[in-house]
Design a binder for this molecule. Structure first.
Ligand code: NAD
Length: 294
C-alpha cells in the first residue's frame, strides 16, 4: 500500500520501519529532519511537509505527541486533510482526548475522508517488536481496510466501536494502570514496614485477589521482577510525565461528561508531584518513592 507516515518519534520511527519491512511504499515526514533522514536511509521517501507526504498516498498514519499537534497537522488550509487524494483514509495513532479525535474525524468526513483513531499500548519495545495493541475507533468498513496494515505493526488489533472509542479505551485503561500502580506501591511498602519479606508478599499477592499487571509484571518494589524498571533504578519503561499526560486526558474527558474520577484525580496529583521533584523522566512505578524509607 502507498502509506504516508507522519511523526517519527520514539514510537513512530519503529512503527514506520516495520511498515517498510512489510513491503509498503512509505513516504515520511517529521519536523525533526534527522528522524526523516533515518527513515529515508532505510528506504522511505522523504517529504518536506505533512501535506507533501500525503499527496499520493492511499493511507496516512500519524503518531504525534498530543491533541494540539494532531489538530495542526490535519486541519486548516495547510493541514493534510486539504491535500489527501480522494478515496484515501486516515489513521491517528497518537494518544489524545476522545473529543478531539471525534472532531478531526468529523472534519475529515466532511471532505469525504474516512478516519480512525487507533492509539496503541505496548510502549517502545512493542513498537520495535511489532507487537503493539491497537485500540481502533472506526466504522466496520474502515476497520476491515486498515486491519491488515495495523497488523504489520501490532499483534492485537481491537475494534472498539465508532470513531473516538479507541481513545476512550486507551484513556480508561491508563487511568486504571496509574491508580493500580499506586495501590501496589502502597501495599508493598506497608508489608515491608510491617516486617514481611517483600518477595514472599509479592508471591502471595500474585496468586491472590490483589494480583494485577502492576504487581505481577511490573512490580514497583526493586528485585521482585528482574525485567521491570524498578529493578534498574526506574529507568526505561513508561515515564511518569507520560502517565501524567494520560491521566490529564482521563480527568479532562471525565469533566466533559460530568463523570467523577476520584482516584484518577488523586493519582494525577501524585504523579504531578513526582514530575515537580524532577522525576518525570523516571518510570511511573517510581511513584513508590512516596512510601519507601530513603
Ligand atoms: P515523541 O515525542 O517521541 O514523537 C513525536 C514525534 O512527532 C516527534 O518526532 C516530533 O518531532 C513529531 N512532531 C511533532 N509535531 C509535528 C508536526 N507538526 N509535524 C510532524 N511531526 C511532528 O512521542 P512518542 O513517544 O513517539 O509518542 C507518540 C504518541 O504515542 C503520543 O501521543 C504518546 O502519548 C503515545 N504513546 C507513547 C508511548 C511510549 O511509550 N512512548 C506508548 C503508547 C502511546
Amino acid at each position: 500500500m502507498r502509506i504516508a507516515f507522519i511523526g517519527l518519534g520514539n514510537m513512530g520511527a519503529p512503527m514506520a520501519h516495520n511498515l517498510l519491512k512489510a513491503g509498503h511504499a512509505l513516504t515520511v515526514f517529521d519536523v525533526n529532519a534527522q528522524a526523516v533522514g533515518a527513515l529515508a536511509e532505510a528506504g522511505a521517501k522523504a517529504a518536506n511537509s505533512a501535506r507533501d507526504a500525503v499527496l499520493e498516498c492511499e493511507l496516512v498514519i500519524t503518531m504525534l505527541p498530543a491533541a494540539a499537534h494532531v489538530r495542526s497537522v490535519y486541519l486548516g488550509e495547510e493541514g493534510l486533510l486539504a491535500a489527501l487524494p480522494d478515496g484515501a483514509v486516515a489513521v491517528d495513532s497518537s494518544t489524545i482526548d476522545p473529543q478531539t479525535a471525534r472532531e478531526v474525524a468529523q472534519v475529515a468526513a466532511g471532505r469525504g475522508i474516512a478516519m480512525a483513531d487507533a492509539p496503541v499500548s505496548g510502549g517502545t519495545g512493542g513498537a520495535q517488536a511489532g507487537t503493539l495493541t491497537f485500540m481502533v475507533g472506526a466504522t466496520p468498513e474502515l476497520f476491515n481496510l486498515i486491519q491488515p496494515v495495523l497488523s504489520d505493526m501490532g499483534r492485537n488489533i481491537v475494534h472498539c466501536g465508532e470513531v473516538g472509542t479507541g481513545q476512550v479505551a486507551k484513556v480508561c485503561n491508563n487511568l486504571l494502570l496509574g491508580i493500580s500502580m499506586i495501590g501496589v506501591a502502597e501495599a508493598m511498602a506497608l508489608g515491608d514496614a510491617l516486617g514481611i519479606d517483600t518477595k514472599v508478599l509479592a508471591g502471595i499477592i500474585n496468586t491472590s485477589t490483589g494480583r494485577c499487571w502492576s504487581s505481577d509484571t511490573y512490580n514497583p518494589w526493586p528485585g521482585i521482577i528482574e525485567t521491570a524498571p524498578s529493578s534498574r533504578g526506574y529507568t526505561g519503561g513508561f515515564g511518569a510525565d507520560l502517565m501524567l499526560k494520560d491521566l490529564g486526558l482521563a480527568t479532562e474527558a471525565a469533566k466533559q461528561v460530568r463523570q467523577p474520577v476520584l482516584l484518577g484525580a488523586l493519582a494525577q496529583q501524585l504523579y504531578q508531584g513526582m514530575s515537580q521533584r524532577g522525576e518525570g523522566g523516571k518510570d511511573f512505578s517510581g511513584i513508590i518513592g512516596l512510601y519507601r524509607k530513603p
